[in-house]
Design a protein around this ligand. Structure first.
Ligand SMILES: [Zn+2]
Length: 215
């Protein structure tokens, strides 16, 4: 799923907090946005493994949430919402597509890594791939609670997030094709200098050979 979908999923949690306890709305909003986005910062370093914890994040949230309910402070509420959003993100990735360059071909059995199990969780593909039309639909549905619960400028922010998501959905497949086209035409010496995490799949996808010493 798109990072924006994950952020909007986190904002659903923040919306619930803001509705029940408006004084914690702002901290919940910030914590949810950070928690929803954070796991995907491992995009170029062990994607869906390094910062994704589909068991540990929800487990920690299961401890932090009762604490925030019993001792509600800005810190405890913020921590609980952060962990809920990050846990939601990590767990939701199992419902999406695999890690392959073209996840719409559904060839990968790796959706998200469970450090608890020490293995990859297979993709359920309810959302076939990040940037799929159903991903945008899901983002639109998840955007509703925060749009209703928070006023301006959150409303404008949500519209902007959905606009960025829509552009991504349109460009998702052309971007991969362009990447392959570009890698095929770049001199091997140039491709060799680009980190494998950035172009490795593109080289494989384009049917080219990765020049030696490229790591
Ligand atoms: Zn993710």
């Amino acid at each position: 799923m798109m990072a924006t979908t994950h952020v909007l999923a986190g904002l659903v949690v923040a919306s619930a907090v803001a509705t029940v306890a408006p004084e914690f709305g702002p901290v919940a909003l910030v914590a949810a946005a950070i928690g929803g986005a954070l796991p995907d910062f491992d995009l170029y370093a062990g994607h869906r493994k390094t910062l994704h914890f589909p068991v540990y994040f929800p487990g920690a949230a299961a401890l932090a949430t009762p604490l925030a309910l019993v001792v509600p402070t800005q810190a405890t509420v913020g921590l609980a919402v952060f962990l809920l959003a990050a846990g939601l993100h990590s767990a939701m990735d199992a419902l999406g597509g695999g890690l392959e360059l073209k996840p719409w071909h559904a060839t990968s059995e790796q959706a998200v890594f469970s450090h608890y199990h020490g293995s990859w969780i297979a993709p359920r593909r309810l959302v076939r791939y990040d940037g799929a039309p159903e991903d945008l639909l899901l983002a639109g549905v998840l955007a509703v609670p925060a749009y209703v619960a928070f006023g301006s400028p959150v409303e404008e922010g949500i519209v902007a997030i959905l606009a960025v998501s829509a552009v991504y959905v349109v460009l998702r497949k052309p971007m991969v094709r362009f990447g392959e086209w570009l890698v095929e035409r770049l001199p091997p010496s140039v491709v060799g200098r680009i980190p494998d995490a950035v172009v490795g799949d593109l080289v494989d996808g384009a049917g080219g050979d990765r020049p030696a010493g490229g790591d």
